[in-house]
Design a binder for this molecule. Sequence first.
Ligand code: PMP
Ligand code: G9A
Length: 423
Amino acid sequence: MSKPIYESLLSQRALKMKGSVIRELLKLTQKPEIISFAGGLPNPLAFPVEKIHHIINDLIKDRPQIMMQYGSTEGVPELREEIAKRLKNKWNMDGDADNILITVGSQQGLDLLGRVFIGHDSTIIMEAPTYLGALNAFNVYDPNIVSIPLDDSGLMVDRLEEYLASMQKHSIQLKFIYTVPTFHNPAGVCMNLPKRKKLIDLSHEYDFIIVEDDPYGELRYHGDPLPTLASMDKEGRVIYLGTFSKTLVPGFRVAWTFGPKPIIDKMGIAKQAIDLCTPPFTQHIAKEYLKRGYIDKHLNNIIDLYGRKQRIMAKAMDEKMPKEYIRWPVPEGGMFLWATLHENINTSDMFHDAITENVAYVIGSAFHADGSGTNCMRLNFTHADDDKIVEGVGRLSGVVEKWGKEMVDKAPTTTEKEVITGI
Ligand code: PMP
Ligand code: G9A
């Protein structure tokens, strides 16, 4: 018997699946000599190990069986209640435990949204750039993705409006728009208040749903908080994704989707077929962490730590980067700086040189549905040690300088190009 030809057995869906650039990079950047600004990793110093240790001890003493048993698909009821309370207190979002589905990371929330909304040829709108993990999650379900660009104040809602009008004219139904309005991944920007209002108005006028993905909303280092889209919505048009990955620990894989009950119920049914339930063990720990009132103090510590790291990276960039070839706004929070290089510099080609210099970033094209953004890169500032941030920026500046000199300064002028190509 010969071995099966696996490729011919795979479904069209599996054949189309692409590995995540970030996940692949994570393997590469495990090497100790590499200073990685690639993965969006929280800093281990921000993990409240001692408190978690106490909680686990208490829970194991008091009621170990509950944590070790299967749980309900929707999630541990007390955790859902605690989250609903916190969303009300912190963001003025109206809802209760029934509006919440606990998921294995918000990455699972994205997959569930794909499952329940996207059929072959459904149209969805995403930002350009957008979160790579959302692109990967939705692409499995084969949607038409329309990309609307961002500017310094977030999604360009005027462009969105033009697009919506043309969709309406051609009777194209929009399934949802996916946005990371607060401290965008990868761009770092925040959607300003007028744009938030306009987006909600447009959702009424054109009858669509907004997916608000908000892992970074609580990581604000300066400036005033903005309301979540979910708190501004009075018609049940916003589905909000939150997670403990950036505010507690990512290894728990505990996150939540908050939204209208019929949608939460449908996502719950879809989840039954995937994993039956999110592990109760880590849900119970997260619930206790909230109940004991630890989270806000802990958030202040994280904000101090990450705010400092952001300043260190911004200062090093300011001092070392060759500004004729690169620019980068410094956002008010989140985990990333998004840099745009001269259009002649392809960050994917440049990446090999960066790795040779033992420094890593994520290439800009990974965050674009159409592979554009080739002259951009994302730098994470939360994970590396302070001195490594400075050293890594120094290494990267050398690489950018070299590529700038080769690709920009030495690039042929138009007249030279005409001579060379004979156009
Ligand atoms: N959405 C966005 C915008 C993210 O940046 C991330 C993680 N980097 C996720 C979702 C997934 O987070 P998790 O699955 O860890 O909750
Ligand atoms: O480890 C991951 O894949 C989550 C990180 C996401 C990111 O880097 O944006």
